[in-house]
Design a protein around this ligand. Structure first.
Ligand code: DP6
Length: 328
């Protein structure tokens, strides 16, 4: 029995992916830029089970929900098709952070799965091809293949083979601090997949979101290269608020924030007014990620932890790309 183990980290988008030009292939309307998060990891262990007639998927020690198991199985079908194989597998997924609550667990999950299944089925894919494969599981997973600061290029090809992520700068290029404020550990009601489809179809502001996206991405990209926190932070906040504004304006309206989410936004603005450089960004959930200088991270974390409704804070920084841990 071949067993492959792999690890991938979550990422947080600074210029966000929100809307697909092709829903089946997870092809985005726009590019996106993220930071891979140190310490927020998903580990995958994948075993080939030749005599089994179905895949078995476990998450954090318990059988995965049917919808989640099916999503993993469909992803593995893509791998099996590429490998001309039919072998079923046993998959164990372990994440050390709240799953499905806007902390990008699908990104780390499918990036790790891409590496583990590539190894177990002997596909021998390049990092570029692994990013394309991970994208089929979840768009944001294309970025978690790489460490540090990462850009997912939207691509133009109908088959999506040019829609993959590349590294903008390695983690050691710029040691910023990232504080994750966890305000709600529960499962979100409207996942990213459904949320971005509703926003694209039903928001009168969606066109404006698309039209103004490239300018934010350009500012963030050059800000990363120049290690300019002001430039990156302001552009990331603006991009985040536009994504949520477009979603709020959809019918039905999408509101991912809790009162604590909003309280953290206010606190970040106060910190900034008091001279502590900090900027927020929020994905499709209630958690807030705060960017700051590395040397201010402990102080920012202490301040954010005191905001009413914040359950805990996680300290992070730019982290490593996905890797295979072992095969036997
Ligand atoms: C708000 O990658 O989870 O976090 O491709 O449908 O799996 P699917 O969506 P997903 O969406 C992430 C959306 C986001 C922004 C981002 O990560 O860029």
């Amino acid at each position: 029995m071949i067993v492959a183990r792999a690890r991938a980290n979550a990422n947080v988008a600074l210029a966000k992916y929100w809307g697909k030009r092709d829903e089946a292939l997870n092809l985005p309307f726009t590019g996106s830029i993220s930071v891979t998060l140190d310490g927020l990891e998903t580990h995958v262990s994948l075993a080939l089970v030749p005599r089994s007639s179905s895949d078995r998927v476990r998450m954090n020690g318990a059988p995965a929900l049917a919808a989640e198991a099916q999503r993993v199985s469909r992803f593995l079908d893509l791998v099996r098709a590429q490998a001309h194989a039919a072998t079923r597998v046993e998959v164990d997924l372990e994440s050390n952070f709240p799953v499905a609550a806007g902390l990008a667990s699908s990104a780390s999950t499918f990036a790790a799965l891409a590496l583990a299944s590539n190894r177990a089925f002997g596909l021998d894919l390049s990092p570029e091809q692994l990013s394309v494969l991970a994208r089929r599981g979840s768009g944001s997973a294309a970025r978690s293949i790489h460490g540090g600061f990462v850009e997912w290029l939207a691509g133009e090809a109908a088959d999506g083979l040019d829609s993959r992520a590349v590294q903008v700068a390695p983690a050691h290029h710029w040691s910023i601090g990232i504080v994750v404020a966890v305000t709600d550990e529960g499962r979100k009601k409207v996942g990213s997949r459904e949320g971005m489809a509703i926003a694209a179809r039903e928001s009168p502001f969606f066109r404006a979101w698309l039209e103004t996206h490239a300018a934010d991405a350009a500012a963030i990209r050059s800000g990363i290269w120049a290690r300019d926190l002001l430039l990156v932070g302001e552009a990331a906040e603006h991009n985040c608020l536009k994504m949520h504004a477009a979603s709020l304006a959809a019918r039905p309206s999408l509101l991912y924030w809790t009162p604590a989410t909003v309280a953290v936004i206010h606190r970040v603005r106060e910190l900034r007014a008091d001279g502590l450089e900090a900027y927020f960004t929020i994905d499709a959930g209630p958690q807030v990620k705060v960017l700051c200088r590395a040397e201010d991270r402990a102080q920012v974390a202490e301040q954010i932890a005191r905001v009413p409704g914040v359950r805990r804070v996680l300290l992070s920084a730019p982290g490593p790309g996905a890797e295979v841990l072992a095969t036997r």
